[in-house]
Design a protein around this ligand. Structure first.
Ligand code: ADP
Ligand code: MG
Length: 348
């Protein structure tokens, strides 16, 4: 693999306290893969990346690049490059000079500089803008210059830490597609950090979902969405309904005659159901189907679908008031319709 982390821990000492930013991360990134670290702010994404780049030494664990232990190798000898959200171009240098800078520093022959910078500007679609100064470019163009500047050195892997965070939504979406195209074209490994699940789902071959210094699940976008391994992943990626309770005989019984089939499971279970997998009806459900009974409390028109908030019949979600029950009140709009009871969200 291109990158391997083995049980990597990072502790910081700040104001007499020990902060565990990364609590034991193990993962591997394949050569040529578009790999994302996804998780909420403060979960340890940047720290993890800085250890891959060599800006931080792990407190414990190993970092390998292409099979070589680089845990104690300085950044400039790691053959990876990092692009940050604040992409800080040299303001007094033209687009061309910004991209050529690294090559010139390393005394690359002039002809080769010309060819490689020209090629790279073409890949990031900035041909014809060589003479512009950074202030004469849009945010998206500046970010593409930063990308070209990182890629022109031909690193074996590029680490991108929330590189689109400063752009507005429209531009960000356009750049997501651009980034993916560029990665395919140059064929190098990308490790991409984001807190935006849509961004990660759109671009990645595989995603490590991080929470509180740990990887909760490492999988492809489809598997993460369809088979979330933990309640956290289910809630963080898309909208999920969570139904918790004690299952007997492979069935979780809910109030009002509701039942959710959980074949092979007994005892305490938490079931996640995507809103678009549910259909609403007034007929008695067919045998062998999971069904709950409830009342539509709210309908919100959202263009491509309607979002229904359904209050379940009393007694649903056996662990009322406990943490599990609170989490069942999960809505696309973050509000709770039926205070005190269990609700689910249905998209149709
Ligand atoms: P993310 O990039 O996912 O937002 P970070 O890796 O930046 O998360 O931070 C993870 C945790 O480590 C946070 O709680 C943060 O406050 C803490 N942390 C990061 N860098 C330092 C540091 N240099 N000193 C002390 N604590 C730090
Ligand atoms: Mg960060």
């Amino acid at each position: 693999s291109a990158i391997e982390l083995e049980d990597v821990v990072k502790e910081y000492h700040s104001h007499g306290e020990v902060v565990q930013a990364v609590k034991g991360v193990t993962l591997d990134v394949a050569e040529g893969e578009f790999f994302s670290l996804l998780g909420p702010s403060g979960c340890g994404k940047t720290t993890t990346m800085r250890m891959v780049a060599g800006f931080e030494a792990p407190t414990k664990g190993l970092v390998r690049l292409r099979g070589q232990d680089v845990t104690n190798v300085p950044p400039n000898r790691r053959d990876v490059n990092m692009v940050f959200q604040s992409y800080a171009l040299f303001p007094h240098m033209s687009v061309w000079d910004n991209v050529a800078f690294g090559l010139k520093q390393r005394r690359t022959p002039q002809e080769e500089v010309r060819r490689r910078v020209g090629e790279m500007l073409e890949i990031v679609d900035l041909t014809g803008r060589e003479k512009r100064m950074p202030r004469e470019l849009s945010g998206g163009q500046q970010q593409r210059v930063a990308l070209a500047r990182a890629l022109v050195n031909r690193p074996r892997a590029l680490l991108l830490d929330e590189p689109l965070g400063a752009l507005d939504l429209k531009l960000r979406q356009a750049m997501q597609i651009e980034l993916k195209r560029i990665q395919r074209e140059v064929g190098i490994t990308f490790v991409y950090v984001t807190h935006d699940q849509n961004e990660a789902l759109t671009m990645s071959d595989r995603i490590a979902v991080m929470n509180d210094g740990l990887v909760e699940q490492l999988a492809g976008p489809r598997e993460l969405y369809e088979r979330p391994a933990t309640v956290f992943v289910a809630g963080f990626i898309g909208t999920s309904n969570l139904l918790a309770g004690a299952a007997t005989g492979g069935e979780l019984r809910l109030g009002g005659g509701g039942r959710v089939l959980v074949p092979g499971h007994d005892g305490d279970v938490t079931v996640t159901v995507r809103p678009e997998k549910i259909t609403i009806g007034t007929d008695e459900p067919a045998q062998g189907l999971s069904a709950v009974r409830g009342t539509v409390a709210e309908v919100v028109y959202l263009g491509t679908y309607n979002s229904y908030t359904v209050s379940l019949a009393d007694g649903a979600g056996a662990t009322e008031r406990s943490e599990g029950a609170d989490q069942t009140q999960h809505h696309s709009d973050g509000r709770s319709a039926a205070r005190g009871g269990t609700t689910i969200t249905v998209f149709q």
